[in-house]
Design a protein around this ligand. Structure first.
Ligand code: PEP
Ligand code: MG
Length: 848
């Protein structure tokens, strides 16, 4: 039975109850329908058969799409489809039977529309099953005609049966995060739901189509539904649409506040045009000027390597699934660490790759004979190009998201296509979403002038490493950072936490002059860096450096360090792909001692966990890693990690004991344990040390603990009875006292170690230690802040250990003060209401 199509473009010819005996017979029969309708030249039939010889056109679920060779397109006279319904099936490819043979004669890109419809149909198995057996050709014609109202396709923009109108009250319009929540709400039902803006209509399940509507604040939209359970489905979507308004308004207010903060004058360098500033948090001081390089923007050349449609389709499917799983894990992790708002970025990216238009376009390119990686890359580039072309900055940022997620899929299709993190030859300001500590550790300061990250916090390990490397850095500058163009000139001010893109010539000159002033001040401080950190009234503080490897020691000494107050040994594990064995570790500790030539060295036992994850240890994933099996807790549970480290340390202590040292307690080496929360932990660790020391025949060395948890500060007197010294880790103490994840971008401005609560915990620690005559150091970031260092001295701390570059300024500040003044100022600081009030006590003129 032959039925005319209800829709002339493209023409659709349908034959139900067909029974071709072979694939070739099916193709010929379908081709003849097209010939008879005048859609193709008879020669196109041979072209369709040839095509089948080079590519399998089985699309999935019993649907096949035979079509001719690209070069024979001139044989198509009019776009058309011929559909053979084969209820009994016909063998097609590799044991798969075809039940709907959709022969495509396509001029220009009409086949994209057809494929999009087929792709949607394929997802609806029940409907497909019905189409295989229906005696009514109209059912098939209707299924193929659906979706005619997608944006960019012709047809009247009619609303569906149930509807509501809504005026967009999201201040920044319908951007990806809320749109993705709409998609999620719409996908939860079987009803058809669409959104109309003027004459344009988008399927509410389709993120890109929704974004392409370009809805801005004040635009009127009509959201309508029909089909199964439509009123309830529409009510759910309405609840989502309107429920997001308050959050969107609050987000816009926060952004406006941030913008106001960005244009407010700061202590330090201020440009003539402050409106250009992108505000973040200063994480490593100094000015960098240069071209920005957005990490991940590296172009990859994607070769076109055609392969059979079925295996190509399988590979694309597997890559999309793996990427979706990766994005879910990222969203989970980000949600836990930074909150749901940031997790939404990855959820929205997940929706982008589930977009049927995108997948259809990729399939269509594969059907045309292109390789899977090439087809995917092209599809992403075309869609991203369309989004960018709309001239809307919000959509341009989504294009960046689409390209970003597209690269993830590419890397899954073929790991060789992974966009490298290669840096340009020219020194640059690196812009990244965030960097893992191990990535930051590998940065070369000669090539990376400055670092700006969208996420992160000032006490995160990434920020600490940037300080160590002396790379001016801004963290927590927000996701908008990633839409910046690679190559644009920028000024990065790591002291005030601002990035200025495309500054004026006047600002460039002023920033360069300020950078020179900073250098001059640093040079003046550097002249006195070798002098002791003795206050004007004669109180001497010990000053050490936080250094992780022997090769960093000479620089630390050159900056005025008297020893190493913190060696973070987890970096021996983080920077390599395997676990260093006892001998490897021994060699490193020995080299450290030798480099220090008798000066003190405090080695901290492994502090793994929190943000310092070591993939090759395959530790169990934790819901809250900062509150989990971290530091000493891990050491006590994993003797296989702790014991080789302690053996290596005691061997180094034994072999490096100075010949004239009367006892091991005079050995330059001390061992320190991280993340202590209780007396029994310290006792258990001491027992392990004593046993291993006895086995090795090593001298006793001082055993200290880090005070990083409020419980340890409060119980300092009890802990002091069981150890030889304390070192306060103010980075963690701040995070645990204030209940602010040290990597949380939103809360980064509040995670200030000068909060009076943190200072009072330091005061308590010093008092507890004093009862047992114990020595107290501080090795957290605030020890390297000249004003913070003064307060710590005033609170009773004996030693300050910091990144080497901070030493000259801290020493200069201490040498300019008296202990009596510092004590008074510290007491005043503890009595303040908040960190801002404490910082306001800093009366010294801002440098230079
Ligand atoms: C601290 O917490 O202050 C500290 C020095 O340890 P880390 O930064 O390595 O956690
Ligand atoms: Mg710590």
């Amino acid at each position: 039975m032959l039925a005319p199509t209800p829709q002339p473009t493209p023409r659709v010819l349908i034959r139900t109850a067909a029974a071709p005996s072979t694939k070739e017979a099916a193709i010929r029969e379908a081709a003849q329908l097209l010939v008879a309708a005048g859609c193709i030249d008879p020669a196109y039939e041979a072209s369709m058969l040839r095509r089948e010889g080079v590519a399998n056109t089985y699309l999935g679920h019993g649907v096949v799409i035979p079509h001719g060779m690209v070069d024979d397109r001139h044989l198509v006279r009019e776009s058309g489809l011929a559909v053979l319904q084969v209820p009994g099936g016909v063998a097609w490819h590799d044991g798969q039977d075809a039940h709907l043979v959709v022969a495509i004669a396509a001029q220009s890109d009409t086949h994209i529309t057809v494929l999009r419809r087929l792709t949607r149909l394929i997802q609806d198995e029940a409907r497909l099953a019905q189409l295989r057996i229906t005696g009514n050709a109209g059912d098939i014609a209707a299924a193929l005609a659906e979706d005619a109202a997608a944006p960019g396709t012709a047809g009247p923009a009619a609303d569906l049966a149930h509807r509501f109108e809504w005026v967009v009250d999201y201040p920044t319009g319908l951007h990806a995060r809320p749109a993705s929540a709409w998609v999620e709400a719409a996908r939860g039902s079987a009803a058809r739901i669409q959104v109309r803006h003027g004459a344009e209509v988008a399927d509410a399940r389709n993120l890109i189509a929704l974004l392409q509507l370009g809805l801005r604040a004040g635009d009127a939209a009509v959201i309508s539904a029909e089909g199964e359970d439509a009123p309830a489905a529409l009510a759910r979507v309405k609840a989502t649409v309107t429920g997001l308004s308050a959050g969107e308004k609050a987000a816009a207010e926060r952004a406006a506040e941030a913008a106001a903060r960005a244009s407010a004058p700061v202590a330090g360098w201020n440009p003539a045009d402050p409106a250009r500033a992108i505000p973040g948090i200063g994480a490593s001081p100094g000015i960098a000027i240069g071209p920005i390089h957005v990490l991940g923007s590296t172009e990859v050349a994607v070769p076109d390597e055609p392969e059979p449609l079925t295996s190509g389709g399988d590979r694309l499917h597997a890559a999309l699934e793996a990427t979706a799983a990766q994005l879910r894990a990222l969203a989970d992790d980000t949600g836990r660490r930074l909150g749901q708002a940031d997790a939404g970025i990855f959820k929205a990216q997940g929706d982008l790759i589930a977009d049927t238009d995108l997948i259809t376009l990729a399939c269509q390119l594969m059907v045309e004979g292109h390789g899977v990686a090439f087809a995917w890359h092209q599809a992403v580039e075309r869609m991203a190009g369309q989004l960018s072309a709309l001239g809307n900055p919000v959509l341009a940022a989504r294009a960046a998201d689409l390209r970003d997620v597209g690269r993830r899929v590419l890397a899954q299709i073929d790991p060789a296509l992974q966009a490298g993190h290669a840096l340009p030859e020219e020194p640059c300001i690196l812009v990244a979403p965030d960097l893992a500590p191990s990535d930051t550790a590998g940065l070369d300061p000669a090539r990376v002038l400055g670092l700006a990250t969208a996420q992160g916090g000032p006490t995160s390990h990434t920020a600490i490493l940037a300080r160590t490397l002396g790379i001016p850095s801004v963290v927590a500058a927000g996701p908008g950072l990633m839409a910046l163009p690679t190559g644009a000139t920028a000024i990065l001010d790591g002291t005030t936490g601002r990035l200025y893109v495309n500054p004026s010539e006047v600002d460039l000159a002023a920033a360069a002059a300020w950078r020179e002033c900073l250098r001059a001040t640093q040079a003046a401080e550097a002249l006195e860096r070798g002098l002791p950190a003795r206050t004007r009234d004669g109180h001497a503080l010990a000053v050490g450096a936080n250094v992780n490897t022997p090769d960093q020691v000479p620089f630390a000494l050159s900056q005025g360090a008297e020893g190493v107050g913190l060696m973070r040994t987890e970096f021996l594990f983080l920077e390599r792909g395997d676990t260093p064995d006892e001998d490897d570790q021994y060699a490193t500790y020995r080299a450290m001692l030798e480099a220090l030539d008798g000066r003190p060295l405090i080695v901290r036992a492994l502090d793994i966990g929190g943000d310092k994850q070591v993939p090759h240890l395959a530790l169990p994933k934790e819901e809250n890693p900062f509150l989990g099996v971290r530091g000493a807790r891990l050491l006590l549970r994993r003797p296989d990690l702790m014991e080789p480290q302690l053996r290596a340390l005691y061997r180094a202590a034994r072999d490096c004991l100075p010949a004239d040292a009367p006892s091991g307690k005079d050995a330059p080496l001390s061992i320190m344990f991280p993340m202590i929360t209780s007396v029994p932990e310290v006792m258990a660790l001491r027992r392990a040390c004593d046993r291993i020391r006895a086995e090795i025949g090593a001298p006793e060395v001082p055993i200290g603990i880090m005070i990083e948890v409020p419980a340890a500060a409060i119980q300092a007197d009890a802990l002091a009875a069981h150890c030889d010294f304390f070192s306060i880790g103010t980075n963690d103490l701040t995070q645990y006292a204030l209940a602010i994840d040290r990597q949380n971008t939103d809360l980064a401005p509040e995670a200030d170690s000068l909060h009076p609560a943190v200072l009072r915990l330091v005061r308590m620690t010093c008092a507890g230690a004093a009862r047992h005559g114990r020595f107290v150091g501080v090795c957290g970031g605030i020890a390297g802040d000249p004003f913070g260092a003064g307060l710590l001295a005033g609170l009773g701390v004996h030693e300050l250990s910091m990144t080497p570059r901070d030493l000259p300024a801290v020493k200069a500040r201490l040498r300019a003060s008296t202990l009596a003044d510092l004590r008074a100022q510290a007491e005043e600081a503890c009595a303040q209401a908040d960190a801002a009030a404490v910082r306001a006590l800093d009366r010294q003129e801002s440098r230079p």
